[in-house]
Design a protein. Structure first.
Length: 442
């Protein structure tokens, strides 16, 4: 079997796999666009293959690479069945990704991505497909960790992943790179050399000095940051700020719960792709203060709810790390946030809006009674009043109920899992409320 025959066989196998995906359900309104895009790509690849010969190695290589991309996209359907992730949160992310990652063609036509959601055993990710020759629209894949499918309070981490996804789209890429430049304008993160000097400082924690010593013994040379690590660290810092701008204090709470480490000053010297956790946390606490989101919306007169909110904010405001972990001046972070907020001007629904005092009191009261945190007050005649409630506000109330649980008097003791389930239910109910409010009135 020659290379062209093998490629033809692979094409037929991929085509069969696509037809088999029709037995899966990836959510309302998602089947047709995903299937159609794959089918269009296969038709274009089939036309390429028909014009190839065995001695056209570059053409065979290109066709095989594009076919492999389609095969990968089809394989993801196996992990996209409903029930394997929080679908109301997935819908919120799908809407956010579609808004943020829509591109404009040379003819000024909008080209939205095709957003696909899957469940897998690894962590939070959003993958943006590189632009392909035969692609009409990009595939954007949202990866939910299967074991945390109902933990919507932790799903705030997707704010960071949206930043990673946006870096592949021209307009957001420009502004996110401007944010990275602000963080690299001075200080320890101003160059790879400055980073190397910072990590080798004699005042570094003993565990860091020990790791550097082990690295030198193993490789026969002192550790140095390269340009790739320099760029990767800045991207991670910017994506952290992006996540904070999306979800506010709830992002910082999820970030700390999910990512905090027993040795917060260490990182992988062999593959230094991610910054030191202590530095990430200090930067986020600094940004939270600069944005004014470190202050409670309730007052002491609000009693238990105020104490609960203060407990939540104490958790995200706490900064136990030493001065070396502070890498940026306030002005650098303010400039980076300004670039990110410029991007959000065109996508206002992505931006976190602080919760109102009365809203927080009502939502925490619901959770204390074991009721999903939504706003549907009932009038004296029994008529419900429907209200829009953003995802960020629901998450804020959930974190307040969990981290402030010691301050709240309640006969109902709710676990972290149970509070997450109530917030997940709130997202389902809020989706129904929003659709009712959007319905045309006769």
């Amino acid at each position: 079997m020659g290379p062209l025959e093998f490629l033809t066989e692979e094409f037929e196998n991929t085509e069969r796999a696509l037809h088999e995906t029709l037995r899966h359900d990836y959510g309302p309104g998602r089947r047709e666009e995903y299937y159609t895009e794959c089918e269009k790509r296969l038709q274009a690849i089939q036309a390429d293959i028909a014009a190839l010969t065995n001695d056209n190695r570059p053409g065979l290589k290109n066709a095989a690479a594009e076919l492999a991309q389609v095969a990968h996209a089809i394989a993801l359907v196996e992990r996209s069945r409903l029930g394997e992730f929080s679908w109301p949160f997935a819908d919120e992310l799908r809407e956010a990704a579609s808004s943020l990652l829509t591109e404009t063609t040379v003819d000024d036509e909008e080209l939205p991505p095709i957003v696909h959601v899957i469940s897998e055993p690894t962590g939070y990710k959003i993958r943006t497909e590189q632009r392909l020759r035969h692609a009409t629209s990009r595939f954007v894949t949202i990866h939910f960790p299967r074991q945390l499918k109902h933990h919507v309070l932790l799903h705030a981490l997707f704010g960071h992943e949206l930043g990673h996804a946006a870096i592949n789209i021209p307009e957001p890429k420009v502004l996110l790179k401007a944010a990275a430049r602000a963080l690299s304008s001075s200080g320890p993160m101003s160059s790879a050399g400055a980073m190397t000097k910072w990590i080798h400082d004699p005042s570094a924690p003993v565990e860091v000095r020990n790791e550097l010593s082990r690295y030198k013994t193993k490789y026969g040379k002192a550790f140095q940051f390269g340009t790739n690590a320099y760029s990767r660290w800045h991207l991670e810092f910017v994506c952290d700020l992006f996540g904070l701008a999306c979800f506010g204090p709830s992002f910082l709470a999820a970030h700390r719960v999910y990512l905090s480490k027993p040795f917060p000053y260490l990182f992988n010297l062999e593959s230094p792709t991610h910054p030191v956790y202590a530095c990430r946390h200090r930067m986020l606490v600094q940004a939270l203060r600069l944005l004014g989101w470190d202050q409670a919306c309730t007052t002491p007169a609000d009693g238990e709810v105020h104490h609960a909110e203060e407990s939540f904010l104490d958790f995200v405001r706490e900064d136990p790390y030493d001065a070396r972990a502070k890498l940026f001046k306030d002005g650098q972070i303010e400039s980076a946030l300004k670039a990110i907020n410029t991007l959000f001007v065109a996508h206002p629904k992505l931006t976190y809006q602080p919760i109102e005092r009365t809203t927080l009191i009502a939502l925490v009261a619901n959770l204390t009674q074991g009721v999903p945190p939504i706003l549907v007050p009932i009038s004296e005649d029994g008529t419900p009043s429907l209200n829009r409630l953003s995802l960020g506000r629901i998450l804020f109330a959930g974190w307040t109920r969990w981290l402030g649980r010691a301050a709240l008097t309640s006969e109902m003791k709710l676990s972290f899992f149970e509070i997450n389930r109530l917030c997940d239910q709130a997202l389902i109910q809020q989706a129904a409320i929003n659709r009712a409010l959007d319905r045309p009135r006769n």
